[in-house]
Ligand binder design. Structure first.
Ligand code: IMP
Ligand code: MG
Length: 335
């Protein structure tokens, strides 16, 4: 019996995971009884459209929109001050008290004022200045502060007791993306957590429990941080920034853009056992009429989106050794 479905980012974050998590949760709201954020902290910016209105979450899992208990998992780091502010704002936005729906695993680590202070220079690689690397740093130096040892107001739980109950059906919601993974990302231009399936397993889930793994990608790629990602000489790529409104939801920084890269996407799908892939922002490439991707280190150019889509479908079907469902979405509000 599958009890756990997973949503992960296949690129560098900002693949519209939140939109997909919202849609998947909405469709299955009778099925899921828990939604879990399994990595990262307030570095994430998840844009959600709820009944036509926009809200950006940073730490709160999407389950609260549907009265589903939402957990900040054991491998996450948490900024309680920001979480409280977010919970207050979201309660107001939804017109209901969401505090009872937010649970924090006892093992999650606290981001302190000191961590944020140390991160205030963006730690050279261009962090979100949320104290992430320093909180995880203290965790691994074995001198961090766990939620169970703090005195804060959100309900403290042992997720082992929740995840391994008979009736638990859980959606794991990832933050950031594979390109920012602490081990598999482009080190040191990474975040400090496991952004892929390893983060789910590390949260106390065994592999038999995992069902659908939704891999979320954009039809072009973006990255925020200090490395050079967008080729400077390319005059076409700034158009993606503009039409795609590629501005960071957490820091307001402009996201660098590049074409979809199948050379990195294919290993990402294989390593994470992605069963369903959702490509977002089709509306942007349609509007720009730029249909390009990178495959075998070359830029492939297509006449229209249909041609590009067939190429992606054929390539992924041939290269992935199991069946993978592929969906294309051009709607910013739902899949
Ligand atoms: P940190 O996670 O704040 O330490 O930042 C490390 C790197 O990950 C920087 O390049 C950030 O811009 C990037 N990053 C962290 N969280 C996100 C996210 O949610 N979306 C996009 N980039 C992110
Ligand atoms: Mg984001």
């Amino acid at each position: 019996m599958n009890k756990v479905d997973v949503i992960i980012g296949l690129q560098h974050g900002d693949e519209a995971k939140a939109k997909c998590a919202y849609s998947i949760c909405q469709e299955n709201k009778k099925h899921y009884n828990f939604v879990v954020r399994f990595n990262g902290g307030p570095n994430a910016g998840h844009t959600i459209y709820h009944e036509g209105r926009k809200f950006v979450t940073h730490q709160i899992p999407v389950g609260v929109f549907f009265d589903i208990h939402s957990i900040i998992g054991p491998c996450s780091v948490v900024d309680i001050e920001k979480l409280t502010k977010e919970a207050d704002e979201l309660s107001k936005f939804l017109g209901k008290d969401i505090y009872n729906f937010i649970l924090i695993d006892k093992r999650a680590h606290i981001i302190t004022k000191k961590h944020i202070e140390l991160d205030s220079d963006g730690s050279t690689i261009g962090s979100t200045k949320s104290g992430i690397a320093y909180a995880y740093g203290d965790k691994y130096l074995r001198k961090g502060l766990r939620y169970e040892d703090s005195i804060y107001g959100f309900l403290c739980v042992d997720t082992y007791k929740i995840f391994h109950q008979e009736k638990a059906n859980i959606l794991f919601e990832g933050a950031q993306g594979w390109g920012l993974d602490i081990d598999f990302g482009d080190y040191p231009y990474v975040t400090s957590s496991h952004c892929g399936i390893a983060g789910v397993i590390a949260s106390g889930i065994n592999h038999h429990m995992i069902g659908n793994v939704y891999g979320i990608a954009k039809i072009y790629e973006t990255y925020v941080g200090n490395k050079e990602f967008q080729p400077k000489e390319n005059t076409e790529l700034p158009k993606f920034q503009k039409v795609g409104q590629e501005i960071g939801a957490t820091t307001g920084r402009v996201r660098q853009c590049n074409y979809l890269n199948l050379d990195t996407l294919i290993p990402t799908i294989k390593i994470n056992g992605v069963t369903n892939i959702i490509f977002n922002k089709i509306d942007v490439v349609e509007e720009l009429k730029i249909f390009k991707l990178i495959y075998k280190k070359e830029i492939k150019i297509f006449k229209n989106f249909l041609e590009m889509k067939y190429f992606i479908n054929d390539t992924l079907t041939n290269e992935i050794p199991y069946f993978i469902q592929i969906v294309y979405s051009g709607n910013p509000h739902k899949i």
